[in-house]
Write a protein that binds this ligand. Structure first.
Ligand SMILES: Cc1cc2nc3c(=O)[nH]c(=O)nc-3n(C[C@H](O)[C@H](O)[C@H](O)COP(=O)(O)OP(=O)(O)OC[C@H]3O[C@@H](n4cnc5c(N)ncnc54)[C@H](O)[C@@H]3O)c2cc1C
Length: 311
């Protein structure tokens, strides 16, 4: 692992629609084409029985009914079930039912970023370069290919402008960004948003993953937490007689781990936004202990039921 500071300028913001369509279509295309070296969205879909997942349909409204829940689709169709799991991401419609006043906000780290997969410019481990212009992270994937993450100072949806910010960065960074821009699978503009409502459940509706606790991708835990949520909830739902309390029991099992990741993310994000001269002094001192403090507790298996709180 390498972390390099670079003496240049940083910061930016973005906005994005909450509409499922424009937001999810580029993502789906990217995961199928742009990330052709990694796991593909369509390959994951192949793991479930045909007909289990319906794509391109957005839940519009949520309703609790006696002994269950109902969702309505844009064409008016109503689907009913025993428990509704809101796994609908950072702009969750289901969260509008559970915690109507809570909306995602730009992350403390930076409001947006870019992701890409490109020709490896010559990195043999994951490397991050940071400076006032922003941050570039490169992670080797399969031989000859890297995954890149870029967060730059300007608020723009034009990658060329972001790339220009890094003109003064080392050649390996410039080569990677040029390869990303020229790639037939262009970089994916990725807003960074956070949410942490105090309540994840009401009745038989429960939020999981980013819908409940989206965080900036500082510790690369978003997907892990979402998968762990799924496992924990599956365990809780095994007892059909306890479905009325399933959401509460799920939250009781998961809160501490999620809050640990969010607190570590906030600490890192604040450090990253210090003035460059101060960050250069502070980061080498707090970096290693922060790393241990963030990941140490996560080495414990997730979803282990915590002892019930005494009444
Ligand atoms: C730039 C960036 C880099 C990241 N890097 C990492 C990383 O390195 N490691 C990591 O673990 N995490 C990372 N994350 C976080 C990770 O992507 C998320 O935490 C994870 O995808 C959350 O999964 P989820 O299933 O809860 O939500 P999502 O992946 O957002 O899935 C939600 C799904 O719900 C669908 N949906 C939305 N609204 C509706 C609706 N009304 N009706 C029906 N369906 C709907 C969406 O189309 C989507 O398919 C990163 C995030 C960003 C932005």
């Amino acid at each position: 692992m390498t972390f390099e500071h670079h003496p240049l300028p940083t910061r930016r913001r973005t906005d994005d629609t909450q509409d499922l369509g424009p937001r999810s279509r580029p993502q789906r295309r990217w995961w199928d084409r742009g990330s052709r070296d990694g796991g593909r969205h369509t390959a994951l879909l192949g793991l479930v029985s045909p007909g289990t997942v319906t794509l391109g349909v957005a839940v519009r409204t949520v309703r609790e009914v006696d002994g269950g829940t109902e969702v309505q689709l844009p064409d008016g169709t109503v689907h009913a079930g025993g428990v509704l799991v809101g796994a609908d991401g950072v702009h969750s419609v289901v969260r509008g039912h559970v915690a109507p006043r809570r909306r995602a906000r730009p992350s403390i780290l930076a409001p947006s970023s870019w992701r890409f997969v490109a020709t490896d410019p010559g990195v043999d481990c994951w490397v991050a370069w940071t400076g006032p212009a922003g941050t570039v992270l490169l992670i080797p994937m399969v031989p000859g290919r890297v995954y890149g993450w870029v967060s730059g100072r300007d608020e723009t949806t034009d990658f060329a402008r972001t790339r220009a910010l890094f003109r003064g960065f080392p050649e390996v960074v410039r080569t990677a960004l040029a390869a990303a821009e020229e790639s037939q699978d262009p970089p994916l503009h990725s807003p960074l948003e956070e949410i942490n409502p105090a309540v994840w459940t009401t009745g038989r509706v429960v939020l999981v993953g980013d819908a409940a606790h989206a965080s900036a991708p500082v510790w690369a835990q978003g997907a892990a937490l979402a998968v762990e949520d799924g496992l924990a909830l599956a365990e809780v739902l095994q007892d059909r007689d306890a479905w009325d309390r399933a959401g509460l029991e799920f939250a009781r099992r998961r809160r501490a781990r999620v809050e640990h990741v969010q607190a570590a993310t906030d600490r890192f994000s604040r450090t990253a936004r210090l003035p460059a001269w101060l960050r250069s002094v502070v980061a080498p001192l707090v970096g290693p202990p922060s790393y241990r403090a963030a990941y140490g507790p996560l080495r414990e298996p997730a979803g282990r039921p915590e002892p019930p709180v005494a009444p």
